[in-house]
Design a protein around this ligand. Structure first.
Ligand code: TRP
Length: 331
């Protein structure tokens, strides 16, 4: 077994929230700091599968790049690139479509959910989204894919595509593993603590953004929904307080039980501001660094170009082999 290679795709939205930060971004940085080889791809080609604005897309792509760098991704120690810069992804998508079952694509719950929400056009791109996602990972022969639970079905499908390719054309692709997100991945909406924090499905007041100013963060935690009790302890009957305890614990790097002990006897009125301050401490440095990085678009472009070059070097090798196996080009 060769060394693990981690691959993850990140949507190009500038509105990354606390759940994204704790459940994904921070873990990318920790993996990088452990010396894990990893590839991070900002998936602008996926973004066109629903209604979008080209000018906006480019802006949000820079926002996302700057957030990832501000959080600590280091282009010297990982590969960070823009999906559309590496043409191999689109080529491999078509090639893999030959070993992708139409029925499987039809069963994808994300496709069903998203297509139901489209007002004007349900694009073929939305239907093909999982094949492009499979190409992202398989082009690098990545072994691990850390993504949220909502993407598990897509990872299962890419495993199936890799297996079917190997069976049909000979051992070529690596069947990647789904990597279960660690604790802290389930950060809930502060207003509706039964649902996950989300910039698309959640409430505005209950969603803490990575780039929120301290004032906004204090306000959101101040109005967080709790319950009629007064004890700071975790429990199924206390989703709001449980969420706040978990957030405080990850922001401080301590155990939830320790938070319960620390706030024993204290009321919600003391606890909520404390959570806000720990989150401000967690996100503040990222926001400040972002403000330095974001205006220099040329520097961001240079980083993305460097990443694309490294990515292409790997993907081109896989594509050459895939093409050969499939009967393209000279014998
Ligand atoms: N579909 C993923 C999401 O919405 C993003 C993504 C695109 C991805 N390509 C990927 C994730 C490859 C992991 C690997 O979160």
């Amino acid at each position: 077994m060769s060394a693990p290679i981690v691959f993850s795709g990140i949507q190009p939205t500038g509105r990354k929230h606390l759940g994204n930060f704790i459940g994904a971004i921070r873990q990318y940085v920790e993996g990088q700091d452990r010396g894990e080889p990893a590839i991070f791809c900002i998936v602008d080609l996926h973004a066109i599968s629903v209604a979008y604005d080209p000018v906006e897309l480019r802006e949000r792509l820079y926002d996302t790049t700057a957030i990832l760098l501000a959080a600590g991704l280091d282009p010297e120690r990982c590969i960070l690139f823009r999906q559309s810069d590496v043409r191999e992804h689109t080529e491999l998508t078509w090639l893999l479509s030959a070993v992708t079952s139409h029925g499987d694509l039809n069963r994808m719950t994300q496709f069903k959910d998203k297509s139901a929400k489209q007002r004007e056009l349900v694009s073929a791109a939305l239907f093909f989204y999982p094949v492009l996602m499979a190409s992202d990972v398989l082009a690098y022969r990545a072994t691990e894919v850390p993504v949220g639970d909502d993407q598990r079905q897509h990872v299962e499908l890419m495993r199936e595509i890799a297996r079917r390719f190997n069976e049909r054309f000979g051992e070529t692709l690596i069947v990647p593993e789904y990597r279960i997100p660690e604790v802290g991945a389930r950060i809930m909406d502060l207003q509706e603590p039964e649902r996950k924090m989300s910039t698309t499905g959640g409430t505005e007041a209950g969603t803490v953004l990575v780039l929120d100013e301290p004032g906004a963060i204090r306000k959101k935690f101040g109005s967080a929904v709790t319950d009629s009790g007064r004890e700071v302890r975790r429990g199924d009957d206390k989703p709001g307080i449980t969420n706040l305890i978990d957030i405080h614990a990850v922001a401080r790097g301590i155990d939830p039980a320790e938070v319960e002990r620390e706030f024993e006897g204290a009321g919600y009125g003391d606890f909520k501001p404390a959570v806000a301050e720990s989150v401000i401490e967690l996100l503040g440095p990222v926001r400040e660094r972002y403000a330095e990085l974001r205006p220099d678009q040329a520097a961001l472009e240079a980083i993305l170009a460097g990443g694309a070059e490294k990515a292409r070097a790997i993907a081109a090798g896989t594509l050459a082999e895939v093409r050969g196996r499939m009967g393209f080009g000279p014998a």
